[in-house]
Design a protein around this ligand. Structure first.
Ligand code: ZN
Ligand code: ZN
Length: 153
């Protein structure tokens, strides 16, 4: 997820729109996902503005994710989105720990985009509000109908 910000470094104060799409995760990003969660099709829309050797990146990241229903463990597909508000600089500033370093005119936003998306992951997902879950005894999916042991205890 690399942005070429050379124009922003020449025309300071002007905003340059961008749109980046990434279909598959790098191994490093995939390892950071909680078990049972997978992300596909990340898209970031935004713009960047240069100010001396600093570049501001603003936008929103959207990702399709698949996770497990907390009750019946069936896969649930949903879309999450998160705001991207980052500052990148050529020289590190100890007073600005939130400023990320970049070199030249290529700026890699992948790390910040995925960190932001991870925070936007739902803690608990249900396939539907009234999901019946699994039978505690036989493990049958009760959304598909009552099992033979259900209700006998
Ligand atoms: Zn469910
Ligand atoms: Zn049962």
């Amino acid at each position: 997820m690399v942005l070429d910000v050379s124009r922003a470094l020449q025309q300071l104060g002007e905003s340059f729109p961008f749109c980046i799409e990434q279909e598959t995760l790098t191994d490093r990003q995939a390892q950071r996902l909680p078990t049972g969660v997978s992300i596909g099709g990340v898209r970031v829309d935004g713009f960047f503005i240069g100010a001396r050797d600093i570049v501001f990146v603003r936008g929103s990241a959207n990702a399709r994710i698949v996770c497990e229903c907390a009750r019946c463990l069936q896969p649930v597909e949903l879309t999450i989105s998160a705001g991207v508000h980052e500052v990148y600089g050529h020289t590190p500033d100890p007073n600005e720990p939130e400023r990320y370093a970049f070199h030249g005119h290529m700026l890699d936003i992948e790390e910040q985009v995925y960190s932001t998306l991870l925070l936007a992951l739902p803690i608990r997902t249900l396939c539907r509000e009234d999901c019946a879950g699994l039978c505690q005894t036989c493990g049958a999916n009760l959304n598909e109908g009552a099992c033979t042991c259900h209700g006998s205890d």
